[in-house]
Design a protein around this ligand. Structure first.
Ligand SMILES: NC(=O)c1ccc[n+]([C@@H]2O[C@H](COP(=O)([O-])OP(=O)(O)OC[C@H]3O[C@@H](n4cnc5c(N)ncnc54)[C@H](O)[C@@H]3O)[C@@H](O)[C@H]2O)c1
Ligand SMILES: O=P(O)(O)OC[C@@H](O)[C@@H](O)[C@H](O)[C@H](O)CO
Length: 382
């Protein structure tokens, strides 16, 4: 079995690549980072160091690596004979890998089973976003896309920090991991990935993951950044930051329980588990990594505005979520392109226009005035 995986970064090597390797796939990593691909191409293995409770070291071998920019034809050929394609490149990058996937699909022998495609990104229905982009690049006169490819949404959960320099290809990760995959698109041909869980209704799982793990994580990052702290574990050790993160997760818990019918005690246990993951002192994760790309994180269906908007629609005024968004508006890491873009938007646009541009909420939305007030306050400081 062969899998082509786009994005040989943190989660690509430390999670998806590892689980596919353990499932028996030969993994072909495709990435645009030339130095990384050269290193992978000349290595015969790398280690994944799982740190925290019950630490372990796992070795990944039997992989190859290609530069999907300079060796695109070779990647297309690999896809044409692959069983599976996965991505972990970032939601905004899916549109760039989609045409390569479409070319690979077009080059497949008609007798091959449909290619199984899963985007492992932090976004609601990321695979669907990828499918839309592949369809846009697809020539319908050749074959029906649905007869040559199966697209399944997934939720991936493992904290993989940026790796320390000098570590080579090895990856340090937390011990926890969860990969939940929508079973329904596969019919009778569900891939055999022992480390993954296949479910019939992914919606509640993905919202629970994004609106608990990622909402809490980003809150810790932005509150920690505001407090001048470097690491997520340091931020969580600060009682004021920890209390604010806890309050945010109280609000998302209220939504998730009401919307999806999760048992409150089970959701509380899930929250507790996640808070303990954030405090893992062995994981060198930083507020700058976790807070990266604040414009994406403040998007309409993302970890803050998504749950806050739904609460507001249900007549509940979020407080802690708005405080976290306020901290996100102050994330001014100059090395983060989106933080710079956000700062420019805040200085160039009036508050109402900034709300619409950043969150895509219409002025009629019940959450709109509260975010407008946050932005007015932020602008008054500048
Ligand atoms: N790191 C985590 O803890 C974690 C956990 C769950 C999900 N995710 C999600 O996984 C995705 C990747 O995150 P990451 O932390 O691994 O980031 P990363 O920056 O470590 O890795 C992304 C990789 O994608 C590559 N890339 C960029 N453009 C590309 C292109 N056009 N074609 C092929 N490769 C390309 C980059 O060179 C990089 O190696 C994101 O969507 C993230 O939200 C991350
Ligand atoms: O990857 P992002 O930028 O969407 O979010 C940053 C972190 O919260 C994220 O990478 C987590 O570590 C991960 O989602 C844990 O499963």
């Amino acid at each position: 079995m062969k899998a082509v995986h786009f994005g040989a970064g943190n989660i690509g090597r430390g999670f998806v690549g590892l689980l596919l390797h353990e499932a028996g796939y030969e993994v072909v990593f495709a990435d645009v980072a030339d130095a990384l691909i050269s290193q992978l191409a000349s290595a015969s293995s790398y280690d994944v160091h799982e740190v925290g409770e019950n630490p372990a070291v796992k070795t990944v071998d039997r992989f190859r690596a290609l530069n999907s920019s300079t060796q695109e034809a070779a990647v297309v050929e690999e896809i044409s004979t692959a069983d599976l394609v996965t991505t972990a490149v970032g939601p905004h990058i899916l549109k760039f890998v989609a045409p390569v996937i479409a070319r690979g699909l077009a080059a497949r022998e008609p007798s091959l089973p449909p290619l199984q495609i899963m985007a492992c990104e932090n976004a609601i229905n990321a695979t669907h976003l990828l499918q839309v982009e592949v369809r846009a690049a697809w020539d319908d006169s050749a074959a029906d896309l649905d007869s040559v490819a199966v697209f399944a949404n997934t939720a991936v959960d493992r904290i993989v920090p940026n790796q320390e320099p000098g570590q080579g290809l090895d990856v340090t990760v937390e011990t926890f991991h969860e990969w939940v995959i929508d079973r329904t698109p596969f019919g009778d041909h569900v891939p055999d990935i022992p480390g993954a869980t296949f479910v019939d209704d992914l919606g509640p799982y993905i919202e629970r993951k994004l609106f608990t793990v990622n909402t809490g994580h980003a809150s810790a990052a932005y509150f920690g950044y505001a407090a001048g702290l470097e690491k997520i574990s340091e931020a969580m050790a600060d009682p004021s930051v920890a209390a604010k993160v806890r309050a945010v997760l109280e609000e998302t818990k209220e939504l998730l329980v009401a919307k999806h019918g999760f048992v409150e005690a089970e959701q509380e246990a899930y929250v507790q588990k996640i808070l303990s993951r954030f405090t893992n002192p062995y994981l060198p994760d930083t507020v700058v990594r976790v807070g990266r790309a604040p414009l994406r994180k403040l998007g309409r269906h993302e970890r803050f505005v998504g749950p806050a908007a739904e609460l507001a629609e249900r007549g509940v005024t979020p407080v802690a979520l708005l405080e976290a968004m306020s901290a996100a508006l102050r994330f001014d890491d100059g090395s983060d392109d989106e933080a710079v873009e956000l700062a420019n938007m805040l200085s160039e646009l009036d508050a109402a226009a900034a709300v619409e541009r950043i969150t895509e909420l219409p002025p009629s939305h019940p959450l709109f005035p509260a975010i407008q007030k946050l932005i007015e306050d932020r602008k008054a400081e500048a």
